[in-house]
Design a protein around this ligand. Structure first.
Ligand SMILES: Cc1cc2nc3c(=O)[nH]c(=O)nc-3n(C[C@H](O)[C@H](O)[C@H](O)COP(=O)(O)O)c2cc1C
Ligand code: SF4
Length: 472
């Protein structure tokens, strides 16, 4: 296994000095391909050998000790999730790798499955062994046809070498992993929608609780759903040991994180950093090279489309070590799960979307509204009906056909979706609307006209408007 200093990367893909490439060690590496030979030469499957010699419960303990939190968006502690499998369970346990990667602005899992699939497979085998699953599924979105072939080939290679199949490495443990391709829908990334999709029914998310998949999941059996990056991190935990892993980076969300930066920066792309080791300012100005020439940063969405937008000139309150309050901006906030949550947003799946002063915030929101209106699965009325309404309202605002009241109406639609739906899509679609219309209210209002200056859509509207404006 080569030291990092001996590895060459493709031009323009070299790690920044503040990066720590662990999961992305082999991504865009010169001379590396997705074959099992390359992976083994790089130390691949050595951690599995260590794992199958351990008791499954000891692996769960290591993962709990590591403090690893899921990288799929919610940041749920991985080891804790695994312990939700009911004690004394007699049903089969399933493990599903969530490779749907549908959150706009997120692009990390796709690099792993395209370029280093064995890293994921090794992490999955370790996780399956820990929870004693004998059947596991990689749920991959339809839009990754090339990766599907790569992963299929990698699974066959792992079976040939007895890293998968019967009696893995003489341990007495059997495991089959299959690839399941989704049809390409955002809601199939939600773990219970995903489970329904595997079962061959409409991917309507299920109500949680009581149906947490870890207790009642696929075919009514305990099912662990973990993100691609989370499963690769499991391999890192076992490689390093839980305590050593926990010692790296932020106390409450340790380890490395892959951040995908898109939008108005000089160097967009992926960056693997130790959680909390840099601030948003350092990410954008140092790693990403700052704004485009002649531009200034205006806003950041810190964790994929559903995270609340942050204004770059927003004054935030931070705490000094002595407990006193200090003023700061988003650029001073460390990049870990909890710091950004304290300021009302989230780092979600690690997709940072950057907007400079050339962007119209109502247009940005309309774009997000279009996505969520298209992707709502339609099961709950507030989400099914509310999303097209939010799109209509933001479109009306962008086209100069809205009254100032419409801005509040738009926000009130979001307020009435949030917290009233079966799945977290309800929050995902409402949070952007709430944050954009509140934080950039003046931009929305600037596009509106007093209600009497607007052309009525039809005679009834004209009549109704009389009452609304008390002109009668
Ligand atoms: C609407 C919606 C879409 C989601 N899409 C994804 C996705 O594409 N990939 C993913 O890993 N998790 C996604 N999640 C989160 C999953 O439901 C689940 O929490 C995650 O796969 C658990 O993995 P982790 O514990 O390793 O983070 C989504 C959640 C929601 C509500
Ligand atoms: S919140 Fe939206 S996406 Fe989620 S179940 Fe309800 S209708 Fe479907």
């Amino acid at each position: 296994m080569k030291a990092m200093s001996e590895i060459t990367y493709k031009p323009g893909r070299e790690p920044h000095s503040r990066e720590t490439r662990r999961i992305f060690r082999n991504i865009d590496r010169v001379g590396y391909n997705p074959s099992i030979e390359c992976f083994i030469e790089d130390g691949g499957y050595e951690t599995l050998k260590k794992a199958v010699a351990m008791e499954p419960a000891a692996i769960i303990d290591e993962v709990k000790k590591s403090g690893l939190r899921g990288r799929g968006g919610a940041g749920f502690p991985t080891g804790v999730k695994w312990t939700f499998i009911p004690k004394g369970n007699t049903k089969p346990v399933y493990l599903v790798c969530n490779c749907d990667e549908s959150e706009p602005g997120t692009f990390k899992d796709r690099f792993i499955v395209h370029q280093d699939p064995h890293q994921l497979i090794e992490g999955m085998i370790i996780a399956c062994y820990a929870v004693q699953a004998h059947y596991a599924i990689i749920y991959m979105r339809e839009e990754f046809p090339e990766a599907a072939e790569i992963v299929r080939k990698a699974l066959a290679e792992a079976e040939e070498r007895n890293f998968l199949g019967k009696n893995i490495l003489g341990s007495g443990y059997d495991l089959k992993i299959i690839l399941h391709r989704g049809a390409g829908a955002y809601i199939c990334g939600e773990e219970t929608g995903l489970i329904n999709s595997i079962e061959g029914v409409r991917p309507y998310p299920r109500i949680k609780p009581p149906f947490f998949p870890a207790a009642i999941g696929l075919y009514g059996c305990p099912t662990i759903v973990n993100n691609v990056e989370s499963l690769c991190q499991v391999r890192q935990v076992l490689m390093r040991g839980g305590e050593a892993y926990a010692a790296d980076g932020s106390t409450r969300s340790p380890g490395t994180r892959i951040i995908g930066v898109s939008g108005d920066v000089q160097r967009p792309g992926y960056y693997e950093i130790i959680s909390g080791s840099i601030t948003y300012g350092e990410l954008l100005y140092d790693l990403c090279g700052g704004p485009k020439p002649g531009r200034t940063f205006k806003a950041i969405i810190p964790g994929g489309a559903s995270a609340k937008v942050m204004r770059c000139d927003e004054v935030l309150k931070g705490r000094n070590p002595d407990g006193s309050v200090r003023k700061m901006t988003i650029f001073d906030v460390p990049m870990d799960l909890d710091s950004i949550a304290q300021h009302g947003s989230m780092s979600g799946s690690g997709g940072v979307i950057v907007m400079d002063d050339s962007r119209s915030m109502p247009e940005m929101l309309r774009n997000l509204n279009r996505f969520f209106a298209w992707e709502s699965c339609g099961q709950c009325t507030p989400c099914r009906e509310g999303n097209p309404w939010m799109l209509k309202l933001s479109t009306r605002i962008c086209e100069g056909k809205a009254a100032p009241e419409d801005v509040d109406l738009l926000k009130s639609v979001a307020d009435n979706i949030c917290g009233r739906t079966v799945c977290a899509f309800g929050e995902a679609c409402s949070w952007p609307v709430q944050a954009f219309t509140t934080k950039f209210r003046e931009e929305f209002l600037a596009l509106t006209k007093p209600i009497n200056a607007l052309k009525p859509h039809n005679p009834e509207t004209a009549e109704a408007r009389k009452y609304l404006t008390r002109e009668d």
